[in-house]
Design a protein around this ligand. Sequence first.
Ligand SMILES: Cc1cc2nc3c(=O)[nH]c(=O)nc-3n(C[C@H](O)[C@H](O)[C@H](O)COP(=O)(O)OP(=O)(O)OC[C@H]3O[C@@H](n4cnc5c(N)ncnc54)[C@H](O)[C@@H]3O)c2cc1C
Length: 392
Amino acid sequence: MSIFNDTKVAFQDKTNQQLQKAYLMFRAIEQPAITNIGISALNFTVKNNFPFVQSIVRQTLFEQFVGGETREKSMQVVKQLFKHHIGSIFDYAIEGKEEESTFDHTCKEIKENIKFAEGSPAIPFVVFKPTGFGRLDLYAEVQSGKELTSSEKEEWARIVKRYEEVCQMANDRNVKLMVDAEETWIQSAVDDLVNEMMARYNREKPIIWNTIQMYRTGRLEYLAEDLNRAKNGGYFLGYKFVRGAYMEKERARAQEMGYPDPIQPNKQASDNNYNAAIDFVINNLDKVSAFFGTHNEKSTELVMDKMKAHGLPNDYEKIHFGQLYGMSDNITYYLGDKKYNAVKYLPYGPVKDVVPYLTRRARENTSVAGQTGRELGLIKKELNRRKREGKI
Ligand SMILES: Cc1cc2nc3c(=O)[nH]c(=O)nc-3n(C[C@H](O)[C@H](O)[C@H](O)COP(=O)(O)OP(=O)(O)OC[C@H]3O[C@@H](n4cnc5c(N)ncnc54)[C@H](O)[C@@H]3O)c2cc1C
């Protein structure tokens, strides 16, 4: 039986009403047809400012998956989580906008997050998405090695400047800064930038962190190369390890364009690769710090077992675990309870602007086999427990 089965611990912060609502919502998300119709309707109505719909979203998806409309309004959630030894990472959840003014605004927002996180153990990292700072197509062009036009060169220079500014600030304020991973056709351009920042700022400890998607082929080899570079260059490495969120898109593009599929052939191969990354970390702790961003119970338990086998304390500073707010509370609260470095990604933003994030979450929940069923099973178990104990 899983060690992550204690729903009393997992849902201690949820009222009966919140749990009942979450149950109905995951039931709806479980149906791809409903999800797809719902997503289209939601995107249309929210874009067109239907206040009634915004209010429904606020009370359902938003309440389940988002900390609040602003950083400040999310602090209540941050404080509550921290009572259970769970840190928060503010995730500025505005996606899909590609104007320069939005990129500048996002950069400013990340800087505010860095200021906010300074000296706060409740907010152990700040994060940003590469496409929050620049256009996907431009990253892709840079990666392909194509000659940029002079205006594209200027645009790229602005992206680099955004990275430099936030990394410099994170370093000045001693705040760990993590960069999310996205599509393979831009990731090498991102990796190059992040590596440059790691070489510059991780001289004494990992301030700048990259994300490695283990559903990709060739990532173990990449890690070995990175480690060599860091050893030769005399700096430290910080990595978030995830399986990867863009599998369908990656496979479709590879097929359409006729290049080898960059994703592992099946789920087991991705799992094996992820678990190999755990060994890579454990064997290189003198250089590498890790954040395991996963909802997979087996991988989480494997990290815990290896930590124990190596005599590392639960709150060992070089190892963190992370789940998304609103999901896998059974893992996060268990880890927090046992004093591991447990963290939630906590999205925030105005209701209208976080809808693309929320709908992506809903889609992912239908495509990640078992995730929704798992959430439903746990919620049901807790509701039954409360009924049995006369608490409902
Ligand atoms: C804190 C946190 C941060 C994250 N940040 C990022 C990020 O920066 N970039 C990013 O891309 N994702 C990110 N993710 C999402 C992550 O990549 C996964 O999509 C998600 O967590 C599901 O994987 P899992 O390990 O939790 O669970 P599991 O349910 O064990 O694994 C599901 C995953 O396995 C892989 N998989 C499923 N079927 C197959 C198959 N047939 N063949 C090969 N592989 C398969 C896919 O990656 C799928 O998402 C993040 C997740 C968390 C919790």
